[in-house]
Design a protein around this ligand. Structure first.
Ligand SMILES: Nc1ncnc2c1ncn2[C@@H]1O[C@H](COP(=O)(O)OP(=O)(O)OP(=O)(O)O)[C@@H](O)[C@H]1O
Ligand SMILES: [Mg+2]
Length: 296
């Protein structure tokens, strides 16, 4: 387990983290979400010892993260940080050596990763000669090259094209399947929804939601029933005294029920009104859960 336990951090009078606790299990992909300035980067930097918490601690396998543990963490910093003039492969080998790999293993790992990221041909090019997205791919490779036991990646998907997203997602999934806990921050909630086993949403210095995407969806109080009757006005739904019509457009009606068990009564009314093409509870998207959690 990678455990964040009661983290508290202020910058001057700005209380950024106010008792933040969550855990990432081995083999879990954890999406770390929150508005700009919510404190995601600060949390990750504390784990890496790059910022000091006022209270609380970060543990890996029960042990407070120290220098030795940090060597086993693959970290991709928000500010990035590679050498512009050094060839891609060379810097990856350098990072791998820093994390304790021998020269041969470092060379092999670097070459494999660059190939996997679609940069095999560019491995001898200086970083500054690569496009922004390709520099990002090298930056990711730098976090992964030493085959770390833990991954902490600050917005790893930003700037990648769809092929890059797929390559990275595949690579992370493979590491997860080997038991590596993967924590990454992202504003791309569709990606988080698709890739992550668990999600945490940081707002106002606190974890306002944390759990599997399904758990977060179940917690959503105002689930909506969606009924589609092509070509039919939603007047039938407005007549129901136990339901509230949230939207009515082009034959599609979204309803909130005071008592969810009355969904079959809605279906009966809908069938009396016309030919029902679709009927079911609508799952809120992560974007909706996020808006709700951040607004609360
Ligand atoms: N070194 C620092 N000195 C002063 N304030 C800081 C420092 N680092 C971060 N902060 C403040 O801490 C808060 C959280 O910043 P942080 O970078 O952790 O947010 P974030 O969730 O990563 O945001 P983003 O999505 O924009 O990357 C912000 O209000 C920021 O201004
Ligand atoms: Mg950040």
């Amino acid at each position: 387990m990678l455990e964040f336990d009661g983290l508290r951090k202020s910058y001057g009078t700005n209380l950024v983290l106010d008792d933040v606790s969550f855990a990432v299990a081995p083999g879990q992909m954890y999406g770390f979400c929150g508005a700009n300035g919510a404190g995601k980067t600060t949390t990750m930097r504390i784990a890496l010892g790059l910022a000091r918490a006022d209270a609380g601690q970060v543990r890996w396998a029960g042990r407070t993260v120290d220098l030795e543990v940090r060597r086993r963490i693959g970290y991709m910093p928000e500010e990035r940080g590679l050498y512009p003039k050094m060839p891609a492969a060379e810097q990856l080998e350098y990072f791998a050596r820093l994390h304790g790999m021998n020269a041969a293993a470092a060379k092999k790992s670097a070459a494999e990763l660059l190939d996997g990221m679609g940069l095999g041909e560019r491995s001898k090019d200086a970083l500054e000669k690569l496009s922004l997205g390709n520099q990002q791919r090298v930056q990711l490779a730098a976090a992964l090259v030493s085959n770390p036991d833990v991954l902490i990646l600050d917005e790893p998907f930003s700037g990648l094209d769809p092929t890059g997203v797929d390559a990275l997602a595949g690579n992370l999934a493979e590491r997860r399947s080997r038991g590596v806990p993967v924590l990454f921050s992202s504003h791309q909630l569709d990606l988080v929804e698709r890739l992550c086993d668990a999600v945490g949403i940081l707002a106002g210095g606190k974890m306002v939601a944390s759990g599997t995407v399904d758990q977060l969806r179940e917690r959503e109080a105002d689930r909506q029933l969606r009924v589609v009757i092509p070509g039919c006005d939603g007047g039938w739904a407005r007549e129901l005294d136990f339901a509230h019509v949230a939207s009515d457009r082009d034959g599609e009606v979204l309803l909130q029920l005071d008592d969810p068990s009355r969904d079959q009564d809605v279906l009966s009314a809908a069938m009396a009104a016309g030919s029902v093409a679709q009927f079911g509870w609508r799952q809120p998207t992560l974007v909706e859960i996020f808006r709700e959690a951040v607004a609360a």
